[in-house]
Every structure is written in C-alpha cells, then in structure tokens.
Write a protein that binds this ligand. Structure first.
Ligand code: GUN
Length: 292
C-alpha cells in the first residue's frame, strides 16, 4: 500500500496561476487603458452559488481585474434575464461574463447559454467554444476541466498513455474533461473512459484508472475498493454535509471518500482546496484572454 500520497493543493497551484495572470495584466492594462473586466450574474439566493460567485469576484481583485456582480431575484423572467445577457453582450467595458448555474427551474439554461456572445463566454459553455475545443481551435475552455488540466500541469502529473477514467458526463465537467484528457496535448494523450449512471459494474472500470476524475455529484461516492493502488485521484464534488461538531453545523466533502481513498493514491486533490480554486483561476485566465 502507498504509505504517502501527494496532496494536489489547488490553493497553491491557483496562487501560482494568479501570479502569472497578475503579471500579464499590467501589460494588458497599459494597452487597454483600463483593467480587464469580468461580470457575474447571480440569480436568486442559493447559498452555494453565492459562495462561488463571491470567490470569483474576490479573485478578480487579487489579480487587478475589475468585477461587477449583477444580482437578480429568483422570480426574474426568462425574457428579463435574456435582456441582462444582451446588455452585457453589448457593453464595451465588459470583457467577459458568466451566468452562475443552476438557474431557477422556470428558466431554460440552454437558452441563456446560447444567448451569450461566444467572444464573452469566459465559462466556455457556448457550443461555439465547446466546438472549437473539440476540433482544436483556440477559444475559451470550460473553467473546471481546464482548471484540472492546469493542476495536473502544475504538479507535473504524467498523462501520456495513461488510462483516465472520468465519472460523470455533465456538459460542464465530465464531457469536456474527457475531451481535454484525450486530445493530442500535454497534459493529454490519455486513453479515456467516460463512465456514467448507465455504466455496468462501475468499480471494475474505476479500478482500471491511472487517473480517476470524479464529477458525479454524490458525497463520498468513491470508496477505496473502487481505486487502483497508485492512482491519481481528482475530486470535483463539493457538498455540505451536516456535522454538529463544526461551528457552522456542516462540513464540506467531495465525491470521494478521502480518508479511505487517499492512502491508496500517489496523488489526490482535497475538498475543499482542490479543484475549486483552480476553476476560479481558470476563469481569470479566460477573462485575461477576453481582454486581450
Ligand atoms: N455552477 C457550477 N459550476 C459553474 C461554473 O463553472 N460556471 C457557472 N456559470 N456556473 C456554475
């Protein structure tokens, strides 16, 4: 059994990325005559969404970007939200913007995503950017998958020829992740298996993974018996579970049962402090690209 594992510290990797971004921002500011500007649209009062958007806004200040938080009530109509998107599309002072998901049920998320100008789509969710990624053209890469790629790069994790198993096929994480890991690039060049809710005998698949990326949205779902000795494990999940021993009454856990899985790994991301900070750093990277 691997006695010690490397902790893939996302805060540290994100800080290094932010330093590079802050450095590049100086030149961009001189050229533009203003700071790069990210806007974030937050609809409703979802606690997790508020936290995520808050950390995105804070990160902007750290690298010298301007940020604007556009807050709208949960009962905003789809037409009104489309109008907000149209205004941000047209605003020459906004380089890029995001609409935080999930949206209230009465709003069609796809319709909103499609309305965002691909040139300002720093989340990389628009089909134009997803399509460009698939055929290897420059564009905005989706923030979480690209953050994971940057994390693997930062820690020098070898990927070429490795078997990468991605668990979860969401359009914002699992599907694009599988594409980035299989493309002819470094990090990349993996043999990829994309597992999902219809996968038969999932543990037999995950046990084959040299690199296991879990984005299934179930707390503690991946247990030690599902992981190969020596694997690299990346946990995208983030959940609040009740814990009376904590002052807040909850603790944050991922999709991976860290305590049992970590001793089997050569490297593993913690939750919190793993993928989350890299997602935010990757969004900053896209915003810098947009401003350029
Ligand atoms: N909800 C969960 N992750 C994300 C993200 O990366 N971007 C947006 N806009 N919403 C999210």
């Amino acid at each position: 059994m691997a006695e010690t594992y490397q902790l893939l510290d996302g805060k540290k990797a994100a800080e290094a990325l932010r330093e590079e971004i802050a450095h590049a921002t100086v030149g961009v500011k001189e050229k533009l005559g203003r700071a790069p500007h990210l806007a974030a649209v937050l609809v409703g009062e979802d606690g997790a969404s508020k936290t995520y958007v808050g950390s995105k806004v804070k990160a902007c200040a750290k690298v010298g970007f301007r940020s604007t938080l556009v807050k709208k009530p949960a009962d905003i109509t789809e037409a009104e939200l489309l109008d907000v998107v149209a205004q941000l599309n047209a605003d020459p002072e906004v380089d890029g913007f995001i609409v935080q998901l999930p949206l209230p049920k009465h709003i069609n998320e796809q319709k909103i995503t499609l309305a965002i100008d691909p040139k300002k789509d720093v989340d990389g969710f628009h089909p134009m950017n997803l399509g460009r990624m698939v055929i290897g053209l420059p564009g905005y890469l989706p923030a979480t998958p690209n953050g994971i790629v940057e994390m693997l790069r930062f820690y020098g994790i070898a990927t070429s020829g490795k078997h990468c198993v991605v668990v979860g096929r969401s359009t914002i994480v699992g599907s694009p992740m599988s594409i980035l890991m299989s493309r002819n690039a470094d990090p990349g060049n993996c043999t990829v298996t994309l597992a999902h809710s219809r996968t038969v005998d999932l543990p037999s698949i995950t046990r084959q993974a040299d690199i296991l990326i879990v984005a299934i949205g179930k707390p503690g779902f991946v247990t030690a018996d599902m992981v190969k000795e020596g694997a690299v494990v990346v946990d995208v999940g983030i959940h609040r579970v009740a814990d009376k021993s904590r002052s807040k009454g909850y603790r944050i856990v991922g999709d991976v049962d860290f305590a049992s899985v970590a001793p089997k790994c050569t490297a593993i991301t913690p939750v919190p402090g793993g993928v989350g900070p890299m997602t935010v750093a990757s969004l900053l990277l896209n915003t810098l690209k947009a401003a350029r």
